[in-house]
Design a protein around this ligand. Structure first.
Ligand SMILES: Cc1cc2nc3c(=O)[nH]c(=O)nc-3n(C[C@H](O)[C@H](O)[C@H](O)COP(=O)(O)O)c2cc1C
Length: 398
């Protein structure tokens, strides 16, 4: 940033924007991301989280515009992943190697594993508090949201939740708050949830219930990526509640790949069949759509159809990539059907059905297989499969 932003009295956002990044551990970030870090001034000066190693100079320069970094007394690390911890060794070197580093028990273990050294760890768990002057930092472990070390730091008097990766978005721009960017941020937040947190949805539900019971006042949510939620923090909490419930909607995603257009023709007929029953549909060619965009469409879809030609007795490699990725993120509550063209052995549909059953998706048809190029009858069978998917979905939702 060209200069740090004071987000509340004596509290500054001092992190960095990564305008260039496009591949974030396999997730496509068309608009880059930010690595947020926060400086809280007071009787003791506290830095919450750091940035990716290569942005360390920028972080230190941002801090220097407010105080001499040597005057930082305490570092809080909410999450060990390198985009937030990468700069820790250099930051500690700058502020003083023996200054206390607050983190969870798993945080201490994981920071050691990352940097192969000890810091002056002060291990904290849920409910522990650090009182400094007129400020209270309260810690809440959020294990597996999304790493074992993850935790939140809640600043009691200011009612600010530093939420680590939760509630984040991969977005980098000239807007820093929800009231500046408006609803445009929600697609980034949804993509982030679908690709980073979806498989932990039961834990998200449990956490939201725990936080509701705690009756925390939340004026602001400061995640480690993207914009800060200050106008309406409950908007992202409500969105997390909705996404983590994994409720199906009247929407089908048709995913396919094709070498010679046969599976593509089948995919289009299935799509037409779905649409003929007034069900919304997204047709996604895996050669044109990134796996993380496909995943974002899947999260609220009620049904998924996947098509692959048979290649060397298996499914097409790009479809295998997408299916491996989707399986890991465990989307629930889906109706499913497979399809594909083949030449002689035709294993693809069977393999896709196995993938569906591993995810406990409801396979509503044995799938449509077509030898080589589909004729009119074959395309009618595909159209009928589309109708069947749409009808089953409507019935399920009624
Ligand atoms: C390199 C290569 C390997 C193939 N291997 C198989 C195979 O193992 N079993 C099979 O049934 N068909 C195989 N096929 C045939 C394709 O599945 C068939 O051409 C199909 O119609 C392609 O569908 P598409 O037009 O959607 O790509 C192979 C085709 C190619 C080009």
């Amino acid at each position: 940033m060209y200069k740090p932003i004071e987000i509340a009295d004596g509290i500054y956002s001092v992190g960095c924007r990564d305008w260039d990044i496009r591949d974030f551990h396999g997730y496509s970030t068309y608009e880059g991301t930010t690595y947020n870090a926060f400086l809280v001034l007071g009787e003791k000066n506290i830095l919450i989280d750091t940035v990716k190693e290569k942005f360390c100079d920028e972080l230190l320069s941002n801090i220097s515009q407010i105080i001499d970094p040597k005057k930082i007394d305490i570092l809080i690390s909410n999450h060990t992943e390198m985009d937030h911890s990468g700069a820790i060794p250099r930051v500690m070197h700058k502020i003083g190697e023996n200054k206390p580093l607050y983190c969870s028990k798993m945080g201490a273990k994981n920071l050691k594993s990352h940097f192969n050294r000890d810091f002056n760890f002060q291990v904290v768990g849920s409910g522990d508090e650090l009182k400094i002057g007129n400020r209270t930092f309260s810690f809440l472990e959020t294990r597996m949201l999304h790493w074992p070390d993850s935790m939140f730091t809640y600043l009691v008097e200011d009612a600010i939740l530093f939420s680590s990766d939760a509630f984040g978005q991969h977005y980098s721009g000239d807007m820093f708050f929800d009231d500046q960017i408006g609803d445009a941020i929600m697609s980034h937040a949804k993509k982030y949830y679908a690709n980073i947190l979806l498989h932990f949805s039961p834990r998200v539900q449990a956490l939201l219930k725990d936080v509701a019971k705690m009756n925390l006042k939340i004026n602001m949510i400061c995640p480690d990526h993207g914009i800060i939620w200050r106008e309406n923090p409950s908007k992202i909490i409500e969105a997390y509640d909705k996404w983590s419930r994994q409720e199906p909607s009247k929407k089908v995603v048709v995913i396919f790949d094709s070498m010679w257009e046969s599976t593509a023709k089948m995919a289009r007929s299935i799509t037409n069949g779905i649409e003929s029953k007034d069900v919304s549909v997204r047709l996604m060619n895996t050669r044109k759509w990134h796996r993380s965009d496909i995943m974002t469409e899947i999260i609220d879809a009620g049904a998924i159809a996947v098509g692959s030609p048979t290649l060397n007795n298996g499914i097409f490699p790009v479809i295998a990539d997408v299916m491996t990725y989707v399986k890991g993120l465990r989307p629930q509550n889906k109706i499913a059907a497979a399809f594909g063209s083949y030449g002689w052995s035709g294993e693809a549909v069977k393999i896709l059905n196995k993938d569906f059953s591993e995810m406990k998706w409801d396979i509503i048809d044995e799938g449509v297989k077509v030898q080589y190029v589909p004729n009119e009858d074959d395309l009618n069978r595909c159209f009928d499969l589309g109708i069947k998917i749409a009808k089953k979905l409507k019935k399920k939702l009624s």
